[in-house]
Design a protein around this ligand. Structure first.
Ligand code: DSN
Length: 408
């Protein structure tokens, strides 16, 4: 029985929008019905501050069971020695990591935001940049890749207490072992934020930093295709300090309905079909970059190893925001993105980030990718013609209805 028609109607409209439009935002995905169902349960009703076997409230026997299953599945998935499944999302997870390993004012080395990093990797307007003394490294302007010699040079000069790797808008493999070797030279902690590529790593399609790095965080809702949340993985010797930083350091009661959904998602990640999915995500992204390159678009690093790419729109005389608005009118969602050394501000940057995690979940493959890129190009070439957008939107809808999102 529907009790709240107003919200129900909005949810129905959003379901229709998601089902009839193309999602190319690199950080989004569609979860299974099983993941959605776990979230909408009575587990929401429970307070369970603490950890399995050590709670500050009664009645947590079953909650302990659920959280332990989530932990064990995540450990198996990433070959992790210790996992904390309670972080509410990516930034809270990262704040707990810093709290566990650093004191305010400590020096940290992270990738600059406009080079593909994340706000929580030391941007001056973020808690990370306010509380800690970040030095930033950059990607090489010519190759579009991280220059490990340069990272080493900065690390040896600055001697940070922690080095952060793992990014939000970087399309290439990361040389985890080289980061670790550099960190060892200066006795620094290694922290990987794999929020974007975790699903591809879990599926064995990208290199895994978990066995190498001291501590690794990831959100669970991007390529990992689980509920909106995060986890922290670390070496056993850091388990206590990480757990203490999450609770009571940063958070109160964990969201056990989300933890149950994380467990359901991890179980899906462990299945052979998920490996196939991850492979196809990368194949689709590679196809997308090839199609864009054929049409004269400039892709940072000239290709991709993962699910995303950043395209510099300056050669098309459009900003990232303008492109985002045009494509929105065609039923295609993308996110504007900075490009390295972007002359424009983050709210109106010069690039667009595209990702294939969500569309691949729908079953979209190379044939459709080629059509999607052609539609994007047509929209951009006819940027002032709303009748062109309407025609594209119709074709987008036709394609989408052949590839329904899960749970519709
Ligand atoms: N908002 C996420 C992204 O789009 O990459 C990162 O926090």
């Amino acid at each position: 029985m529907i009790k709240d028609h107003e919200i129900f109607n909005s949810i129905q409209k959003e379901t229709k929008r998601q089902n009839e439009e193309i999602e190319l935002i690199a950080s989004e995905n569609y979860v299974s019905k099983a993941v959605l169902e776990a979230m909408a349960t009575v587990l929401n009703n429970k307070y369970s501050e603490g950890y399995p076997g050590h709670r500050y409230y009664g009645g947590n026997q079953i909650i302990d069971e659920i959280e332990t299953i989530a932990i064990e599945r995540a450990k198996k998935l990433f070959q992790a020695e210790h996992v904390n499944v309670q972080p509410l999302s990516g930034s809270p997870a990262n704040s707990a990591v810093y709290m566990a390993f650093l004191k305010p004012g400590d020096k940290v080395l992270g990738l600059k935001l406009d080079h593909g990093g994340h706000l929580s990797h030391g941007h001056p307007i973020n808690f990370s940049g306010i509380l800690y003394n970040f030095t930033q490294y950059e990607i090489n302007q010519t190759t579009g890749r991280i220059d490990m010699e340069k990272v080493r040079e900065i690390a040896l000069r600055e001697k940070p207490k922690m080095i952060v790797a793992g990014y939000s808008a970087y399309s290439r493999e990361i040389e985890w072992q080289k980061f670790k070797d550099i960190a060892d030279e200066i006795n620094a902690f290694t922290f990987a934020d794999i929020a974007h590529t975790a699903g591809l790593i879990a599926a064995g399609e990208m290199y895994n930093p978990v066995p190498i790095f001291d501590v690794v965080s990831t959100t669970t809702h991007k390529t990992l295709r689980g509920p909106r949340g995060a986890i922290i993985m670390c070496k056993k010797k850091f388990a206590k300090q990480v757990d203490k930083a999450v609770f009571p350091g940063m958070q109160g009661g964990p969201h056990e309905h989300i933890i149950a959904a994380k467990a359901v998602g991890f179980n899906e990640n462990l299945q052979p079909e998920f490996k196939q999915y991850a492979k196809q995500v990368i194949t689709n992204a590679k196809t997308m970059t090839e199609e864009f390159i054929k049409l004269g678009y400039k892709i940072i690093s000239n290709g991709t190893d993962n699910h995303l790419m950043v395209i510099d729109m300056t050669s098309k005389n459009l900003s990232g925001k303008e492109t985002e608005v045009i494509l929105d009118k065609c039923g295609i969602s993308v996110s504007r993105s900075t490009i390295p050394n972007d002359p424009n501000p983050p709210m109106n940057p010069s690039g667009v980030r595209y990702g294939t995690a969500a569309i691949t979940t729908r079953g979209i493959k190379q044939t459709e990718i080629k059509k999607i890129v052609a539609w994007i190009n047509t929209a951009i070439e006819h940027k002032d013609e709303s009748n062109v957008f309407k025609k594209i939107k119709k074709k987008v809808k036709e394609m989408c209805l052949n590839f329904p999102i899960p749970s519709v």
